[in-house]
Design a protein around this ligand. Sequence first.
Ligand code: GAP
Length: 457
Amino acid sequence: MEDIKMEEIVSFCKNYGFVFPGSEIYDGFANTWDFGPVGVELKNNVKKCWWKRFVQEDAHTYGVDAAILMNPKTWAASGHIDSFSDPKMDCKKCKQRFRADNLIEEYSKGEVAAEGMTNEQMENYINENHIVCPNCKGFDWTPIKQFKLMFETSRGTVEGDKDVVYLRPETCQGEYVNFLNVQRTTRAKIPFAIAQIGKSFRNEITPGNFLFRTIEFEQMELQKFCKDTDSMDIYADYKEKALKFVEDLGLDKDKLRFHDHDKLAHYAKAACDIQYKFPIGWEELNGIHHRGTWDLSRHSEFSGKKMEYMDPETNEKFIPTVIEYSIGADRLTLALICEAYHKETLEDGEVREVFKINPCLAPYKVAVLPLIKKVHGTKAEEIFAMLSKNFMTTYDETASIGKRYRRQDAIGTPYCVTIDDDTLNNNTVTIRNRDTMEQITINVDELVSYINENIQF
Ligand code: GAP
């Protein structure tokens, strides 16, 4: 299929109930999106698969669900209060705001890494190369200023009492601050991991590209605590596991690549992203970071609690090294939508939109379609009741059977079950496969096990 444009994906998602613009009746609220009836199922399935692979199937990983609002000292310890900001510049002509580092990277087509530059160096580069505003093509910039990315709110029951609290910009701090609790209650031995899925918030300067960069998003993060001597092997292992996970979900191998970071934080031994070829180009899908003992050391320092592990064999106490694996649930869902969306021209010239999503992720696993509502409706409702006890099932009795198939193809339903006279007479149904469009006849009693066998992850 030809390369697809992001606008096409946005309109497809809106038309079929995957994703709607946030607060749409009020003309929207920039860079917020609401998942619709089909989209919420898809994203929930993405999160379920991640949890299954990395928590359920790993005896040494434990889940948590920490509070979004944390003691503000957390963000002093993590460094976010002092340094979680981006270099912003405003175009004086059209008033649009941009990240200076993004302007340089886009202008140099990724040849110049602005990451390590000072604000002065970036300003000089932009001036020397006469980099114009991407929006209005003007060249009239404000000086670069650091722009804080954490959303602030306040807490207090008494009027005028305004203790600043922050909406968390990443979930992993909830894993670090619970290191001692989790280790004590599970009696876990190193190496072990803590994982969580939850919302994060960032006041991004240049959000956009649909779900790719938003101000509110969900992260799936895992911190593996280990001995420093084992850390590089564990880092390499998570690189492979992270890649295999997204391949197994259905992302094309040729659209995935590792991007090792050249510039590392002072405490890190290694860092890399997995990039995916989105319709906007190669972009970060997830990160795997060697974080040394930085996070637990800082929390020890700021809380006064010893974030140490005692080796039961040697009785030696030490602060474990952390390997972090972090992936955005919304960003991964976007990649999967881009990969699954297809338009096919059939033999009769008709174009069908088909969402070729891995069945384990499909919003509905099966659609129940009575051939003639009046004749087959009651039996179809019985079959819906039976199937919906096992998996997400949808029911459609409107329009011709062909049109109903097309609707299910577009939202990725892997199986359509048609209820007809044979069902009433012989207790059999036809079951149609979304991708091959082939139909087979099976007994109603075999439906649940047939579908179950084909939707596992
Ligand atoms: N705890 C480490 C951390 O948060 P990050 O690279 O800033 O690292 C990890 O974020 C992942 O979260 C990214 O690879 C991406 O998938 C997702 N992510 C980050 N910012 C995002 C945003 N503004 N919108 C959507 N997803 C985002």
